[in-house]
Design a protein around this ligand. Sequence first.
Ligand SMILES: [Fe+2]
Ligand SMILES: [Fe+2]
Length: 202
Amino acid sequence: MSQRSKCGDDHPATVSFTAMENGTAADYQLLERYEAGYAAALPGRVVAALERLTDSLAGYQVTRLEHSLQTAARARLDGADSDWIVAALVHDLGDELAPYNHGEVGAAILAPYVRAEVVWVVRHHGLFQNYYYAHHLGGEQHARDRFREHPHYQSCVDFCARWDQPSFDPAGPMDQLASFVDDLDEVFTRNAWSQLDADSDP
Ligand SMILES: [Fe+2]
Ligand SMILES: [Fe+2]
């Protein structure tokens, strides 16, 4: 956002306060304009964050980025809408900094922009993925059963079964990150929280 300071040079304008309690309405209106510009650039930052997934998680046959692209490609092949495609792209984005609760990070990124069902699925997908491997490590394979009565249970089962768990395949479908730019723009430039419905329980 271009904004000139009072003295007319090219430095961005800054607030008058050094403690929030001393800020004026003009200060906060200025910050609100900056924040709107920053939020509008979110799709580009999500792409940059995805591009950094190329060197994570040794041991798999695909990188975490390839896994994400394949998960999203499978959603696209299934005719899923942009909420699901973007969710598939970012569902593991938190792995780097939250390895034991990464679904919470993906859900938090999505929550202002997509419907509650999709947020819930991304938040819980890690536990639902237990179904495919936990028994090999002495864990709880059927941990997902505790949510069996939840209205989004089956959506999470399907997300894992159809898109997430099969997407570690170097020979599987995989679309380029650039092919998802329109979906990312569409989702992340919506008005925040505009997708909330009355019975939302993300
Ligand atoms: Fe995951
Ligand atoms: Fe995944």
